[in-house]
Design a binder for this molecule. Structure first.
Ligand code: PEP
Ligand code: MN
Length: 337
């Protein structure tokens, strides 16, 4: 249930009630909005507890949440969540662009890609050091060595670093390197990993699973939020359908639906969503028009030589011209790029 406090309730009122709830054995999460505080109460549904709370003058109302995701839902947090990282805000009116190669392949490849995406105007650099490849015979990533090159990108360019984590054993190392930790589609329901990420205080980019429903996706976010890490960014990257011409079917309707259900920022990855670089511009524009808070785009200095996902990667020129085109789309969607 949620306890909606009166607009006039003081911090002391809120902490008195949260203490009481904890003594009653409930888990408590706070959402402090501009107008009022909402207390998210996790535990067994008890009518008498709700009635007692509602009788308190500082409490406006007590509402039982019927949806399975409690902390990810808008009832608990009516305002959009905005994640601030330095000068970049994710989920606010300014859009965020995360771009870079699928994988860290070498120091030179990485530095060249980083310089190109920075010049084009991206705020964050993406590249996987740990790669979840479908085939065990494909390039598996440079792993810890790759993280070192990503550290260098941050210190030399100032770009935010987004990189994928594959398991709960490397949380410390990946969190040390990343500004935003990416959970890939294949790991969306790796609950041990999600629980570990709930314990840290670093933003997590949670990609939608290969065949995950929106509810399953929000429940995966709930694992992270319930640990007390409230900074989760959702990323729509296409889902598996019967259509083979595209690598995945980019579910653009998921964006307004997630925005309706949840306060979390949502971005779109048109590269994995389509599998073809020539489809990336159209789907990037569509994503912004549909209300996405940003984009994640694969960019490689030489896509034809990429060790993974070359066919869906833009080259630096294509990326630069896409960013120019997107500025107008962003404006007409009431956003800034
Ligand atoms: C990636 O971002 O390179 C990646 C592996 O994406 P996904 O998890 O969406 O397949
Ligand atoms: Mn990729």
């Amino acid at each position: 249930m949620i306890v909606v406090m009166n607009p006039g309730a003081s911090e002391e009122d809120v902490s008195r009630i949260t203490e009481k709830l904890k003594q009653m054995g409930y888990g408590v999460h706070l959402s402090s909005g501009e107008r009022r505080t909402i207390i998210g109460v996790i535990g067994q549904r008890r009518e008498e507890a709700a009635q007692a709370l509602e009788a308190m003058p500082q409490v406006e109302q007590v509402v039982f949440i019927t949806r399975p995701f409690k902390l990810a839902g808008r009832e608990f947090h009516p305002d959009n969540t905005v994640i601030k990282l330095g000068d970049t805000s994710i989920g606010a009116s300014e859009l965020v662009v995360m771009a870079g190669p699928c994988a860290v392949e070498s120091e030179d490849q990485l530095m060249e890609a980083a310089a190109a995406v920075k010049e084009a105007g991206a705020q964050a650099f993406r590249a996987g050091a740990f790669k979840p490849r479908t085939s065990p015979y494909s390039f598996q990533g440079l792993e810890y060595e790759g993280l070192k090159y990503l550290d260098k990108v941050r210190s030399e360019t100032g770009l935010l670093i987004v990189t994928e984590i594959m398991d709960q054993f490397s949380v410390e190392e990946v969190a040390d390197c990343a500004d935003i930790i990416q959970v890939g589609a294949r790991n969306m329901q790796n609950y041990y990993l999600l629980r570990e990420l709930g314990k840290i205080r670093k933003p997590v980019l949670l990609k939608r699973g290969l065949s995950a429903t929106i509810e399953e996706w929000l429940m995966a976010a709930e694992y992270i939020l319930s640990g007390g890490n409230y900074e989760v960014i959702l990323c729509e990257r296409g889902i598996r359908t019967f259509e083979p011409y595209t690598r995945n079917t980019l579910d653009l309707s998921a964006i307004p639906m997630v925005k309706h259900l949840s306060h979390l920022p949502v971005i779109v990855d048109p590269s994995h969503g389509t599998g073809h670089s020539y489809l990336v511009p159209a789907m990037s524009k569509a994503a912004l028009a549909a209300g996405s808070d940003g984009l994640m785009i694969e960019v490689h200095p030489k896509p034809e030589e990429a060790l993974s996902d070359g066919p869906q990667s833009l080259n630096p020129e294509q990326f630069k011209s896409l960013i120019k085109d997107l500025k107008g789309v962003a404006l007409s969607a009431g956003r800034l790029l």
